[in-house]
Design a protein around this ligand. Structure first.
Ligand code: AMP
Ligand code: MG
Length: 410
């Protein structure tokens, strides 16, 4: 057996960041930037009103109420130049409209008796200088770094980039990932079960995990324990995807042909990792027709193991390929307090127990309970879990013990 850290380091070495690609803003959501973006424009580009109201000179409304003639209206999208605020007058102005020359403050419409076409307005509340005026460059000035290199682009990043007029930028594309299930015993698509058969659950689960984390997927289907069929499907997958995920056939069984095929067509390492579940793990690469190589994650067949292995190895590897920093490859991890004991014995392995984790507002802590049966085939408990509790090698942890939990939330 090798340690979790060693297995993980080996996987990450085989998952270098993909070459960057220039993309329109709308296609860059969820990608990592390769360089910083500096604004060349001011935001807002001109001084504008933060409210609907009246642009005035402060001295004209120093003692209120005061009645002023309204000399014009400036709407958003207009130039304010045609409607200067002359001494002793007011200009009706809408939110986002440029403040006209001479404006010293904007009085919000609620503090007036103003109506759309009235030729006079009564100001009821004296304004302070610059009130409700958003100066040019109030948010961003040219030269500001609006997005730093290595940022995972979320909706607000796209918003700020659009705000400063960026139409396209260089990002690391997210890998497209192909998934195949292997095993003679597997039945797909809700068809009736024959003797000795079980339903293929891993493929759907893994494809769903990938989509949940924002990856494009290729469903390679279900393949029997047959060398030629497995080879054909893996070669096809390598052409259609940036990474391959297989499930099943990587343990020590007699008919684990995934191992035979990958050893022949790929460059693989077969690992026994000191964790439970998900001890068997294969990782390596297979060549495409053009000579480039595709990372292959050979995940265990047991359903819980396949999902845990995905969290511990596959997701970090895919994030690395997608340009995330090595310090940012895992989901959120928090410390929790056990509400009940979590049983285990010393066996040289770190256990990842399926747990439910709830934020306790009064205690200001995460309370952790078992999600149910802890076998690597116990999918019902996996389904009701929202976190994995990390139990270091050793004895059971008692109620009240502090435990590290990896939250299973995208
Ligand atoms: P294997 O790794 O092929 O030896 O499979 C280990 C266990 O996982 C066996 O009990 C398999 O029947 C089960 N298994 C393998 N693949 C799947 C799958 N795609 N869906 C559900 N169970 C599976
Ligand atoms: Mg099998």
């Amino acid at each position: 057996m090798i340690g979790l850290d060693e297995a993980r380091a080996f996987v990450l070495t085989g998952c270098p960041p993909s070459p960057p690609e220039r993309r329109p803003l709308a296609a860059a959501l969820g990608c990592v930037t390769v360089s910083s973006v500096t604004a060349t424009e001011a935001v807002p580009p001109f001084a504008n009103s933060a409210v609907d109201g009246y642009a005035v000179r402060v001295a004209d409304a120093a003692s209120v109420p005061v009645r002023l003639p309204v000399t014009g209206t400036v709407r958003a999208g207009m130039s304010g130049l045609d409607h200067p605020v002359e001494p002793g007058t007011a200009v009706r102005i809408m939110t986002g409209a440029p403040v006209p020359p001479g404006t010293e403050a904007v009085v919000m419409v609620e503090d007036t008796d103003g109506t759309p076409d009235a030729i006079e307005v009564t100001i009821a509340v004296a304004p302070t200088a610059a009130q409700h005026i958003r100066p040019a460059g109030d948010d961003i000035v040219p030269g500001d770094e609006v997005v730093v290199a290595g940022t995972l682009l979320g909706p607000a990043h796209l918003g700020v980039l659009a705000t400063v007029g960026v139409a396209e930028l260089d990002v690391v594309p997210r890998p497209r990932v192909a998934v195949v299930s292997t095993g003679d015993e597997l039945v797909g698509d809700g068809r009736p079960l024959g003797p000795g058969q079980i339903r293929d659950s891993n493929r759907l689960g893994l494809l769903a995990l990938l989509r949940t984390y924002g990856y494009e997927t290729v469903d390679l289907g279900l393949v029997a324990d047959d060398e030629a069929a497995i080879e054909a499907v893996l070669r096809d997958g390598a052409e259609r995807a940036d990474a391959l995920v297989t499930t099943g056939g990587v343990s020590m069984g007699d008919f684990d042909f995934v191992k035979v095929v990958l050893d022949r067509i790929g460059d693989m390492r077969w690992m026994q990792v000191a964790i439970k579940p998900a001890k068997p793990l294969a990782f390596g690469t297979v060549a495409r027709g053009d000579g480039t190589r595709v990372p292959v994650f050979g995940l265990p067949g047991n359903p819980v193991s396949s999902m845990v292995s995905f969290e511990l190895f596959c997701r970090p590897g895919l994030r690395r390929m997608g340009g995330h920093a090595v310090t940012d490859l895992d989901g959120p991890t928090v410390d929790g307090v056990l509400d009940e004991p979590l049983r285990r014995r010393p066996d040289g392995k770190t256990h990842f127990a399926r747990v439910r984790c709830a934020w306790d507002h009064d205690m200001r802590t995460y309370r952790v309970r078992s999600a149910g049966a802890q076998g690597s085939h116990h999918m019902a408990a996996m389904a009701s879990a929202d976190a994995l509790a990390e139990l270091p090698d050793g004895d059971s942890l008692e109620a009240g013990a502090v435990v590290r939990v990896r939250l299973l939330r995208p």
